[in-house]
Design a protein around this ligand. Structure first.
Ligand code: ADP
Length: 249
């Protein structure tokens, strides 16, 4: 008994140290990201301010989109830093009336370059009926969509397709799904998928860079909205992630 307790304590201590190392690593990566982002933002700003000469309207439009994307990334990195260090960190939520279809379209647009370079098509199966504006924190739900699309891209192969759909389900909630035909999730690891820092063995094997934080934050955001999150997956066949946002009166 005494011996077992000692072993447990030692194992616990090892885990605590490993976790601290991971946290430190995330902090370093996040700080480096923030510095790089600041540099990109500064260069884009110079182009937008016409410091290098005139830009046409189309170029200006794309530069603005790139600039806004870097701003969003910076705030994300800042949130990642704060979430990393306090276990019970709370993100600030601002609920306003928003159009989910518009948000999905603009998020897909942000992935145009990445999906093109990976040879993966993102298909939006637009709802046939009009979906009325709903109350949600638009930037947080954008993070949710970004994480799901990013994962679908990361765990799929060249020539695969990603299907995104939006509907109002029978419980009168907005239900969004992101479906891929990628590597899938091994059955024995499914239960841990939303755990902080967890990465499945087949994902690690692919040697893709990942933190195991994305889905943890994603689920947190969805649940803060009073929604639910789940997935269906078969190894080597594909994965579909779903989330809901209740319609508030
Ligand atoms: P990561 O940075 O590792 O992608 P996430 O928290 O976003 O972290 O995801 C956690 C784990 O869930 C991933 O490491 C992977 O094992 C699994 N996963 C998430 N999305 C997918 C997907 N679309 N297909 C297969 N596995 C996925």
């Amino acid at each position: 008994m005494e011996e077992e307790l000692k072993k447990l304590r030692e194992e616990n201590e090892t885990l605590r140290r490993l976790n601290a190392t991971k946290s430190d690593w995330i902090s370093i990566a996040a700080h480096q990201l923030r510095t790089s982002l600041a540099a990109i933002k500064w260069i884009l700003k110079m182009f937008l301010d016409k410091d290098f000469g005139a830009v046409n309207t189309e170029q200006e439009g794309f530069l603005k989109k790139a600039f806004e994307s870097t701003e969003r990334m910076t705030s994300l990195v800042n949130e990642m830093l704060s979430l990393n260090h306090t276990e019970d960190a709370t993100l600030n939520f601002t609920y306003t009336q928003n159009d989910i279809v518009e948000l999905v379209e603009s998020t897909i647009f942000d992935f145009t370059g990445e999906s093109h370079s990976k040879g993966i098509e993102i298909v939006f199966l637009k709802p046939t009926e009009k979906i009325a504006p709903a109350q949600f924190d638009v930037e947080k739900i954008r993070v949710v969509l970004q994480n799901l699309i990013e994962n679908a891209l990361k765990y799929s192969d060249h020539d695969d397709k990603i299907f995104i759909s939006v509907r109002i389900n029978d419980s009168k909630e907005i239900e969004v799904s992101v479906k891929d035909t990628g590597i899938g999730i091994p059955p024995t690891e499914k239960e841990q998928i939303f755990n902080k820092l967890f990465r499945a063995s087949n994902a690690k094997q692919r040697d893709e860079i990942g933190s195991g934080l994305g889905l943890y934050v994603t689920k947190y955001i969805v649940e803060k909205h009073g929604g639910r999150m789940w997935f269906e997956s078969e190894e080597r066949v594909g994965t579909t992630f779903f989330f809901t946002i209740p319609l508030r009166q």
